[in-house]
Design a protein around this ligand. Sequence first.
Ligand SMILES: NC(=O)c1ccc[n+]([C@@H]2O[C@H](COP(=O)([O-])OP(=O)(O)OC[C@H]3O[C@@H](n4cnc5c(N)ncnc54)[C@H](OP(=O)(O)O)[C@@H]3O)[C@@H](O)[C@H]2O)c1
Length: 256
Amino acid sequence: MKIAIVTGATGGIGKEYVRQLGQKSDIDEIWAVARREEQLKKLGELTSVPVRPVMLDLSDESAYEEFGALLQEEKPDIRYLINNAGFGKFCRTEEVDEKTCMRMIDVNCKAVVALCLRALPYLTPGSKVINTASASAFQPLPYINLYGSTKVFVRNFSRALNREWKSRGITVTAVCPYWVKTDFFETAHQHEGNRIITKYEVLYDPRDVVKKALRDADKGRDMSALGLLNKAQHVAVKLLPQSLVMDMWLRRQKLS
Ligand SMILES: NC(=O)c1ccc[n+]([C@@H]2O[C@H](COP(=O)([O-])OP(=O)(O)OC[C@H]3O[C@@H](n4cnc5c(N)ncnc54)[C@H](OP(=O)(O)O)[C@@H]3O)[C@@H](O)[C@H]2O)c1
């Protein structure tokens, strides 16, 4: 059975992966991974391809065992592994309790590594791994600090893995979206402190982010970044000193 696996499938970007992958003729089933059962069950309405809800809390290491056991039982041919689950917090680093900080690292980083490794025996030449990083993966970002740092990990890990798995015919793509219109911001602002990150130059549509990500993955690119502003920022942060980039970010958010 040829399958696609999408984590964070109940969120704005994940749902869109389910919908667009459901239009591909070579996928027999989509495994949709997240915690919220009711939302997972509704995903079948988005596509004619069967969607299997896989309820996992990716901040819990036992989820990786469960995922591995499911693969062992079904022995699928994974055409797409989309590691997309993730969350961030917009505030001072110390305003988030330590447990939540560790959960962020677990979901955003550890789960990506664990699922890549568990899936490897079921990835075949032509399989695509897509890991959701972020535009925040290119520079240090005060007040989105821990989140951005997890995405630096995802971006570097994915690009290097792409080189390592090239000889297996498997591609790995780091998707680096700019701001995208999803519930991400609600979660990011659920904390004790004030709402401090308030300036969003542009909010992209998840449909466009996912369309470009799938297109770039199909071309075997190791990175996918939608939008001129996004690309311009990547170039600028390579040329400018990082301390100046941080000053500009703080000024823009009226935090300096
Ligand atoms: N929106 C943006 O501006 C933006 C920009 C750059 C990158 N990103 C990245 O894009 C990805 C998708 O985010 P989104 O914008 O679609 O946000 P979202 O709508 O908040 O979706 C987040 C998804 O992650 C899942 N998730 C969170 N914690 C989980 C856990 N412990 N176990 C399993 N699943 C968990 C959620 O599912 P449940 O709650 O049902 O478990 C949900 O499906 C994230 O990696 C995010 O960092 C977003």
